[in-house]
Design a protein around this ligand. Structure first.
Ligand SMILES: *[C@@H]1O[C@H](CO)[C@@H](O)[C@H](O)[C@H]1NC(C)=O
Ligand SMILES: *[C@@H]1O[C@H](CO)[C@@H](O)[C@H](O)[C@H]1NC(C)=O
Ligand SMILES: *[C@@H]1O[C@H](CO)[C@@H](O)[C@H](O)[C@H]1NC(C)=O
Ligand SMILES: *[C@@H]1O[C@H](CO)[C@@H](O)[C@H](O)[C@H]1NC(C)=O
Ligand SMILES: *[C@@H]1O[C@H](CO)[C@@H](O)[C@H](O)[C@H]1NC(C)=O
Ligand SMILES: *[C@@H]1O[C@H](CO)[C@@H](O)[C@H](O)[C@H]1NC(C)=O
Ligand SMILES: *[C@@H]1O[C@H](CO)[C@@H](O)[C@H](O)[C@H]1NC(C)=O
Ligand SMILES: *[C@@H]1O[C@H](CO)[C@@H](O)[C@H](O)[C@H]1NC(C)=O
Ligand SMILES: *[C@@H]1O[C@H](CO)[C@@H](O)[C@H](O)[C@H]1NC(C)=O
Ligand SMILES: *[C@@H]1O[C@H](CO)[C@@H](O)[C@H](O)[C@H]1NC(C)=O
Ligand SMILES: *[C@@H]1O[C@H](CO)[C@@H](O)[C@H](O)[C@H]1NC(C)=O
Ligand SMILES: *[C@@H]1O[C@H](CO)[C@@H](O)[C@H](O)[C@H]1NC(C)=O
Length: 729
C-alpha cells in the first residue's frame, strides 16, 4: 500500500479530480463512481459463477456481504483518482459489468485490431493470443485493462484466464478466479487519457529502457541456412553478406538475429547450441558481428520437440503439459510453475549470453502447446527466464528481448513485435493499428516485420511487392523499432527487387537511425509514465471527435504526426487532428520531408506520394532532436563521433515547447520560446546533451532553414534568431 500512496503523491499535482464511490444497488449489488468533473462510472454488477458461462450478478448488503452465495466485496479510494475493488467469492469464476452508452467507445485489452479498428465495440474474446486472423497471425500483446471514451479505465489485476465482452449497452469481464481485484481509474482531468495510462501502468508495470541498439535497424532472415548468394556456403557467411551489403550501401544497422533454424535437434530447438554445419564457430562469429557493430539475438520458445535435450530432461522430470503430442511441429511446453522445470530452463538458456548473444526473440506460447488458461502465467514465467539470463550477463539495459505473446506485467520483461503480419497492404494496415493498440496498453517499444512475414501460399509470388515494401519501410522508420526480414528469396539488393527499393531502404533506415535520440527520449518517458511513443490520436487531440477511431494515423512522440500510405498507388486522404493548444483553436502541421507545406488542424488533404515520401508532419511550435548517437555498423565514417541537431519549428501562436531530452543518464529539458513583439525565437537547454561539443540548432521559418550560433550557458546552451518569420504565421 505504501507504494500506491507514494505514487499518488508524485503523480497528481494540483489537477486532482475529486471522486466518490457509493453503493447504488444491493440486488444486484452495484457501485457508482462519480467525479466532480462530470464523469460517472456505473459498475452495474459484480459477477460470480461455477463456470464462465454461468457467472451472474451477485447480491450483497450495503457493506459488501454477499447474501446469495457467500463471499465479501470490499472497495476503497486508494489514490485520488482510483477506486480499488476486491471480490472474494465462493465461486470459481468472478467478474464485473459496467454500463455503456451507445455512443461510448472502448479501447485496450488486445493488441489485435478487430475489424481494423482501435475500438473494441462489439468484440467478445478471451484474454489470450489471437490466432490466424485478418491481416496478421498471432497478434498477441494483451492486458486485462480497458479504457472508455467517457473518461475512465478499468484494470483487473490478474493473470488468470478471462474473457471480455463489449456490447452497446454494457462491458464485462469474467476471470477464472475466486479472488478478483480490479481498479476503476478516472482521468485526472477530463479528456486526459494519458493520465489513465499513467495510473494503470503505475499499478501494473512499465517498460524498461532498451539499449540504443534495440531501436534497430535490425536485419534478420527466417532462415540464414538457405538462400546463399555468391561465394556464401554457410549461415555465418550469409550474415556477412548482409553486413557487407549494408556497409557498401551505407545503410545504418545495429543488430541481427537468428530466427529458427540455427540449432541442432528436431526443428532446430531444444539442444541449446548452434548447428556446426551452418555455424562452425559461433562464439567467434558473434564476436566478429560485434566488431562490425552488430548485436546478435536468437529465437527462443517454451516448447519441447521430440528427442531434444529439453524434451528428454522434461520427460524425466515430468514437466511437460500432458496430452500434447511431441511428434507434431508444435510439441508441448514445460510447466514453468514447477520450480525444477524453471531452474533447468534458466540454466540451459544461460548458454546463449555466454557465447555473446544479446537478446531473445521470444516466440509462441499461444499455439496449443499448453492449456489455454496457462498462457498468461506461463508466458510471464518464460519471459522472466529470458530476462534473468540476459540481465545476469549484460545488465539491465544491455540486451534486447522481444516477444509476440506478452501480458500486462510482463511489460517490464519483454518488448513486443506484432507477430506474423501478412505481406500485403492489409497486413500493413493491421500492423499500424496493432502498433497503436499495443502502445495504448503501455507496450511502447514495438515493431512489425517490415514488408510482412506471411508470404503464402507461394513463398516467391507472395513476397512483398516493391511498393508495399517501400511503404512499410517508411512506417518502420517512424516506429519505435525498425526490424526487417531479408533472405529466403526476398532481399532488397537481390532480384527481383529494383535498385530504387535499396534507395528507399537506405533513406528510411538512416532516417530511423537519425531519429534514435528522439525515440529514445520518448521511450524514457514511457519507462517513467507508461505514455507510449506511438500515440492514438485521442491521446493528443482529445477534443476532436474524429480522433477516436483512426487506426491508420498516430502521433509519434510529442512532435510528429504520421499517416502512412496504406493502399497501393500512393494516394491517401490525410485528416489533420484538431488540437486546441495555447491560444490556438487548431494547431497546424508542417510537412516534414520538404518542410514547405503547412496544413491546418481540422482539415483534410488528398495526397499522392512517390515511394520516396510518406505523410509525416511536425506540429506547430515543436522541437525535434535528432542525430547520430550510436555508431552501430557505421564503419564508413572516419573518426566517428556522436552528434546532435535540434530542429525548432517556432510559432508565435504557441507558448513555450519543451522537449524532454534523455541523455542516457537524465532528462535535460530543451525549450523553444518565442516573443512576437521582438520577432525573436529562442532554444535553450540546461544540462549536458551527452555529446562532445555543441549541437547544431536549426530554426525552420518562412525563409527556410537557419542555423543559429550556439552560446554556452552553464552546463547547457542556447541559440537565438531575431527578425524571425514563422512558417505558421
Ligand atoms: C468461457 O471460456 C471458454 C474457454 O476459455 C471461452 O471460449 C468462452 O469464450 C468463455 N465464455 C465467456 C462468456 O466468458
Ligand atoms: C480477500 O482476500 C485477500 C487475500 O486473501 C485478502 O487480503 C483480502 O483482505 C480479502 N478481502 C475481503 C474483502 O475479504
Ligand atoms: C453520448 O451520449 C450521452 C447521453 O446518452 C451524452 O450525454 C454524451 O454527451 C454523448 N457523448 C458524445 C461524445 O456524443
Ligand atoms: C468485429 O469483429 C468481431 C470479432 O471478429 C466480429 O464478431 C464483429 O462482427 C465485427 N464487427 C463488425 C462491425 O465488423
Ligand atoms: C480454470 O482454471 C483451472 C486451473 O486453475 C483449470 O483447471 C480449468 O480448466 C480452468 N477453466 C477454464 C474454463 O479455463
Ligand atoms: C568477419 O566479418 C566480416 C564482415 O562481413 C567478414 O568479411 C569476415 O570474413 C569475418 N571474419 C571472419 C574471421 O569470419
Ligand atoms: C525427431 O522427431 C521425429 C518425429 O517428428 C522422430 O521420429 C525422431 O526420432 C526425432 N529425433 C531426431 C533426432 O530426429
Ligand atoms: C494478404 O495475405 C494473406 C495471407 O497470405 C491472405 O490471406 C490475404 O488474402 C491477402 N490479402 C489480400 C488483399 O491480398
Ligand atoms: C517534396 O517535393 C518533391 C519535389 O517537388 C515532390 O515530388 C514530393 O511529392 C514532395 N513531398 C511531399 C511529401 O510533399
Ligand atoms: C494568449 O493570449 C493571452 C491574452 O489573451 C496573452 O496574454 C498570451 O500571451 C497569449 N499566449 C500566446 C502563447 O500567444
Ligand atoms: C523539465 O521540465 C519538467 C516540466 O516542466 C519539470 O517537471 C522537470 O523538473 C524539468 N527537469 C529538469 C531536469 O529541469
Ligand atoms: C545546418 O544544420 C544542419 C543540420 O545539422 C546541417 O545538416 C547543415 O550542414 C548546417 N548548415 C550549415 C551551413 O552549417
Amino acid at each position: 500500500m505504501w507504494l500506491l500512496l507514494s505514487l499518488a503523491c508524485s503523480l497528481f499535482g494540483s489537477a486532482l479530480s475529486d471522486i466518490s464511490v457509493s453503493v447504488s444497488g444491493t440486488t444486484p449489488f452495484s457501485l457508482t463512481v462519480t467525479s466532480n468533473q462530470g464523469v460517472t462510472v456505473i459498475n452495474k454488477a459484480i459477477l460470480g459463477g461455477g463456470t464462465n458461462n454461468t457467472a451472474s450478478p451477485v447480491s450483497a448488503s450495503n457493506d459488501g456481504v454477499v447474501s446469495n452465495s457467500g463471499g465479501l466485496i470490499d472497495w476503497s479510494l486508494i489514490q485520488p483518482n482510483v477506486v480499488k475493488i476486491q471480490y472474494n467469492s465462493t465461486f470459481a469464476f468472478s467478474g464485473a459489468q459496467f454500463a455503456a452508452e451507445p455512443n461510448e467507445s472502448f479501447y485496450g485489452v488486445w493488441e489485435y485490431p478487430w475489424n481494423d479498428s482501435l475500438t473494441n465495440n462489439g468484440v467478445e474474446f478471451d484474454l489470450k493470443g489471437v490466432g490466424n486472423s485478418v491481416g496478421v497471425n498471432w497478434d498477441n500483446a494483451r492486458a486485462p485493462a480497458f479504457y472508455s471514451s467517457a473518461g475512465y479505465g478499468v484494470y483487473a489485476d490478474t493473470l488468470d484466464m478471462g474473457s471480455f465482452q463489449f456490447s452497446s449497452s454494457q462491458t464485462q469481464f469474467i476471470f477464472n478466479t475466486s479472488g478478483l481485484t480490479y481498479y476503476i481509474i478516472l482521468a485526472t482531468t477530463p479528456g486526459d487519457y494519458k493520465s489513465i495510462i499513467e495510473t494503470y501502468t503505475g499499478l501494473s508495470a512499465r517498460i524498461t529502457m532498451p539499449p540504443d541498439s534495440g531501436y534497430g535497424p535490425t536485419f534478420w532472415s527466417d532462415n540464414f541456412e538457405a538462400d546463399f548468394h555468391g561465394s556464401v556456403s554457410n549461415a555465418q557467411q550469409n550474415y556477412y553478406d548482409v553486413v557487407d551489403h549494408l556497409y557498401y550501401n551505407r545503410i545504418h544497422a545495429t543488430s541481427m538475429f537468428a530466427d529458427r533454424p540455427y540449432g541442432t535437434g528436431n526443428y532446430s530447438w531444444g539442444d541449446f547450441d548452434f548447428d556446426p554445419t551452418y555455424y562452425p564457430t559461433p562464439k567467434q562469429f558473434i564476436a566478429n558481428l560485434s566488431t562490425w557493430g552488430f548485436d546478435f539475438q536468437v529465437w527462443a520458445a517454451n516448447r519441447a520437440f521430440l528427442d531434444t535435450e529439453l524434451y528428454n530432461a522434461s520427460v524425466a522430470g515430468g514437466w511437460l503439459f500432458p496430452g500434447i503430442n511431441p511428434e507434431y511441429f508444435l510439441g508441448p511446453a514445460l510447466n514453468l510453475s514447477i520450480p525444477a522445470a524453471y531452474e533447468y530452463f534458466l540454466n540451459q538458456m544461460a548458454y546463449f549470453p555466454s557465447v555473446g548473444v544479446k537478446g531473445f526473440k521470444i516466440d509462441r506460447g499461444e499455439e496449443g502447446e499448453m492449456p489455454v488458461w496457462e498462457q498468461n502465467t506461463q508466458m510471464r514465467l518464460f519471459e522472466q527466464i529470458c530476462e534473468t539470463v540476459m540481465v545476469n550477463k549484460w545488465g539491465k539495459s544491455g540486451f534486447y528481448n522481444f516477444a509476440r505473446s506478452v501480458v500486462d506485467r510482463s511489460r517490464s520483461l519483454a518488448n513486443v513485435w506484432n507477430g506474423d503480419s501478412h505481406a500485403n497492404f492489409t497486413g500493413l494496415r493491421y500492423s499500424i493499428a496493432s502498433g497503436i493498440r499495443a502502445s495504448l496498453l503501455g507496450f511502447s517499444t514495438w515493431s512489425s516485420d517490415t514488408g510482412g512475414y506471411i508470404r503464402s501460399p507461394n513463398l516467391v509470388a507472395d513476397q512483398p511487392t516493391p511498393e508495399l515494401w517501400a511503404r512499410w519501410m517508411h512506417f518502420s522508420s517512424y516506429s519505435p523499432v525498425y526490424e526487417i526480414m531479408v533472405g529466403t528469396n526476398h532481399t532488397p539488393w537481390y532480384p527481383p527487387y529494383p535498385a530504387r527499393l535499396v534507395s528507399v531502404l537506405r533513406a528510411t533506415a538512416n532516417e530511423h537511425h537519425a531519429l534514435v535520440p528522439y525515440i529514445k527520449s520518448f521511450t524514457y518517458q514511457a519507462t517513467q509514465t507508461g505514455i507510449p511513443v506511438m500515440r492514438a490520436l485521442f491521446l493528443e487531440a482529445p477534443d476532436d471527435p474524429t480522433a477516436y477511431d483512426t487506426s491508420d494515423a498516430y502521433f509519434f512522440g510529442d512532435s510528429f504526426f504520421v499517416a502512412p500510405i496504406v493502399h497501393e498507388g500512393g494516394m491517401r486522404n490525410v485528416y489533420f487532428p484538431k488540437h486546441a493548444a495555447g491560444n490556438h483553436t487548431a494547431r497546424a502541421y508542417l510537412e516534414y520531408y520538404n518542410k514547405t507545406s503547412v496544413y491546418q488542424g481540422g482539415l483534410s488533404a488528398a495526397l499522392n506520394l512517390e515511394w520516396e515520401y510518406s505523410p509525416v508532419y511536425v506540429r506547430e511550435g515543436s522541437i525535434v532532436v535528432r542525430g547520430d548517437i550510436n555508431q552501430g555498423n557505421n564503419k564508413w565514417t572516419q573518426n566517428w563521433q556522436p552528434s546532435l541537431a535540434i530542429e525548432a519549428f517556432p510559432s508565435y501562436n504557441y507558448g513555450t515547447a519543451r522537449f524532454p531530452y534523455y541523455n542516457g543518464m537524465e532528462v535535460v529539458n530543451i525549450t523553444l520560446s518565442s516573443q512576437a513583439k521582438l520577432n525573436t525565437v529562442l532554444v535553450q537547454w540546461d544540462g549536458s546533451l551527452g555529446i562532445p561539443g555543441q549541437p547544431q540548432v536549426v530554426f525552420y521559418g518562412k525563409g527556410g532553414a537557419q542555423n543559429a550560433t550556439v552560446k554556452v550557458l552553464g552546463a547547457g546552451g542556447s541559440a537565438q534568431v531575431t527578425g524571425f518569420q514563422s512558417i505558421f504565421s
